[in-house]
Ligand binder design. Structure first.
Ligand SMILES: [Zn+2]
Length: 246
């Protein structure tokens, strides 16, 4: 959910209650579970973000964390340092969008790590250009949500080589859909694209999905363990050798 709704004059309660009802229905009808991240629009003011943080507290149990979204140009993480520090005090998880090839992206990623203290970074592929950033991301166990099909729209490449380099460095890189309605690809289509066009092995795909549960999903440990066990069982049920192509 994003402030895009409230900036169009829709009441905060209407937005979040509607989404919450849909989440409950999805669970009941399809067995689909989801958690909400509230997104601050970074092209709006820090005061606007602070107001929305305040409004969100009535619905604290419905929201897992907060995120910074939208136009990065001229809107660095530091602009929202106070809001994110207040969000942390409320127990929210923190993430920020550092899209591929944005202006000052290396500075933004550095601020995410050192100033904001994020739990994960959304995108963050350009960290590869800076050895120290890679070392710090690795050392702190920060997960990155990379979106191959979305990247293809932005930089005309699935960035599969970059994803593989991150995997080889041991960075907790994961594959995600970004905006599936817009990019016409859910997570499975993103993973399949890596297999078909990037020659990813089963072992690499399993590592990507494992990291998604271990480092990205903001879930209690017992629920994570359940998903990881289901993943193990799924992999064990497949007849291929570890290094065989999917
Ligand atoms: Zn994105």
């Amino acid at each position: 959910m994003a402030l895009a709704h409230t900036s169009r004059g829709i009441d905060f309660d209407t937005v979040i209650s509607g989404i919450y009802r849909a989440q409950c229905e999805a669970k009941k009808k399809f067995g689909l579970e989801s958690r909400l991240i509230m997104c601050f629009l970074r092209d709006l003011s820090a005061e606007s973000a602070a107001e929305h943080l305040q409004m969100s507290l009535h619905y604290r149990d419905w929201i897992a964390g907060v995120r910074l979204d939208s136009d990065e140009q001229g809107n660095p993480p530091s602009k929202f340092a106070k809001v994110f520090s207040d969000a942390r005090k409320q127990g929210y998880q923190l993430t920020m969008h550092c899209d591929v090839n944005q202006e000052n992206t290396l500075i933004h990623i550095r601020e995410c790590l050192d100033l904001i203290g994020v739990d994960r970074i959304d995108h963050g592929l350009n960290a590869l250009e800076d050895e120290q950033l890679c070392a710090d991301i690795l050392h702190r166990g920060i997960g990155l949500t990379i979106c191959p099909v979305s990247n293809r729209f932005v930089v005309q490449s699935l960035t599969s080589e970059e994803i593989r380099v991150m995997l080889d460095k041991g960075i907790k890189v994961t594959v995600n859909s970004d905006d599936p309605a817009y990019f016409r690809a859910y997570i499975n289509e993103n993973l399949m694209a890596l297999v078909e066009e990037g020659d990813f092995t089963q072992k690499e795909i399993v590592q990507l999905v494992t990291s998604a549960f271990e480092e990205i999903a903001w879930l209690p440990d017992d629920i994570k363990a359940g998903y990881l066990q289901r993943l193990d069982q799924y992999v064990a049920g497949s007849v291929m050798d570890e290094d065989e192509r999917l």
